[in-house]
Design a protein around this ligand. Structure first.
Ligand code: NAD
Ligand code: ZN
Length: 363
């Protein structure tokens, strides 16, 4: 399957399929990547152990000069220290303005390598080879960043890749917990945009959790398509793109309070989406939105309540620090029916606190 992210002269293709890694050099040729300039593959230790050798040998066999820079696995690698390490590797490998950085990994590697590509020599090209389900989201849209100890994703840029190569076979080694967490963002794309796809996910939960290649490539295709459509209409998040943040206001706060890694991103936003559906009820929308949302996430084995040991005050103050909070009210994405959301700017901290209490109470 193939689709295009329409962004004028920065448009790029997304290829999704089983076994398509074998075509890597043909796809690189199509994107007009240079064989004369060295490529730098950025990956993490876990992915390197599983998939790096194959990628390197395919590229070398196709006449591309590639070296690799391996960072530790996990969110803490999205740091300025690791960025410096990549720049060192890039200089040692002799990368020039026609070179490209290839991100082979999940969202951590994609964000880190993408930011390195955006800043090295004021911007060189880059390629996304996502290896997690969650990365269907992070690899599309051009947001790249590293974290600061005080705030996530606070040092970043917009930098679109040349192509995204999504081989379903690479996902087969994923731990079950990352499978579920990744599917959380897939379901989100249904909830914000496409009621029929939400229903399809509901009906195909077992296949998706078992990594059935047909079901998975369809789900990733639709997920990427929704993201691509939203990003095409609003690349720099002036308005529409904010809808992608469904579940993220509470979700980001939970990740920050729990400590990164304890609650995975996809888990945190599943709880946040259930909360947003409950908030919708307070604004007069159907109770069914909450019932359906909660049922789907439960079906996928994702959490729908806040772990009781997380402190409500801490969750609230983490939200206040969030970029989305302005002048006493929050910008909040709430569902108005399954497959549709609205951007509200009048949600108060008191209302959100009630939701947080509710999400803790049911646990
Ligand atoms: P991740 O990259 O840390 O991957 C999760 C874990 O799975 C890691 O330990 C990794 O080593 C391992 N792994 C990756 N691929 C594997 C494979 N094929 N087999 C076995 N293990 C594998 O995390 P993630 O969940 O992919 O991404 C989370 C990050 O994405 C966060 O930093 C988040 O901020 C970012 N993100 C960015 C955007 C964006 O628009 N840029 C959107 C959503 C999320
Ligand atoms: Zn997200």
């Amino acid at each position: 399957r193939e689709l295009t992210v329409e962004l004028g002269e920065r448009s790029y293709p997304i290829y999704i399929g089983q076994g398509i890694l074998a075509q890597i050099t043909a796809l690189f040729d199509r994107a007009k990547l240079s064989r004369k300039s060295p490529l730098l593959i950025v990956t993490d230790e876990s992915v390197a152990a599983l998939h790096l050798e194959r990628v390197l040998s395919l590229l070398q066999a196709g006449g591309y000069a590639a070296t690799a820079c391996v960072v530790p696995a996990g969110e803490t690698s999205k740091s300025l220290a690791q960025l410096e390490g990549i720049v060192t590797a890039a200089l040692q490998a002799g990368l020039d303005r026609s070179s490209a950085i290839v991100a082979l990994g999940g969202g951590v590697v994609g964000d880190l390598a993408g930011f390195a590509a955006a800043s090295f020599m004021r911007g060189i090209r880059f390629v996304q080879i996502p290896t997690t389900i969650l990365a269907h989201d992070s690899s599309v849209g051009g947001k790249v960043a590293v974290n600061h100890p005080m705030a996530k994703n606070i040092i970043g840029a917009f930098h679109q890749p040349e192509l995204v190569l999504f081989d379903i076979d690479l996902l087969l080694t994923l731990p079950p917990r990352d499978v579920k967490a990744g599917l959380s963002e897939v379901i989100k794309h249904g909830l914000i945009w496409d009621a029929a796809f939400t229903q399809w996910c509901d009906e195909n939960a077992a296949k998706l959790l078992a990594l059935d290649p047909e079901a998975l490539s369809y789900a990733l295709y639709i997920g990427c398509e929704v993201k691509a459509k939203v990003v095409s209409q609003d690349e720099r998040e002036n308005d529409l793109r904010a809808i992608l943040n469904l579940g993220h206001t509470i979700g980001h706060a939970l990740e920050a309070v729990a400590g990164y890694g304890e609650l995975l991103h996809g888990e945190a936003i599943a709880i946040g989406m259930v909360g947003a559906a409950k908030l919708a009820q307070q604004f007069g929308y159907s109770e069914e939105i909450h019932t359906v949302t909660k049922r789907i996430f439960e079906k996928f084995g994702l959490p729908v309540t806040i772990p009781p040991h997380l402190d409500t005050d801490e969750i609230m103050s983490a939200m206040m620090h969030d970029k989305k909070f302005k002048e006493g009210t929050m910008v909040y994405i709430i569902p108005t029916e399954i497959g549709k959301v609205e951007i509200r700017k009048d949600v108060t901290a008191v209302q959100v606190r009630q939701i947080v209490d509710m999400l803790k109470g049911e646990s």
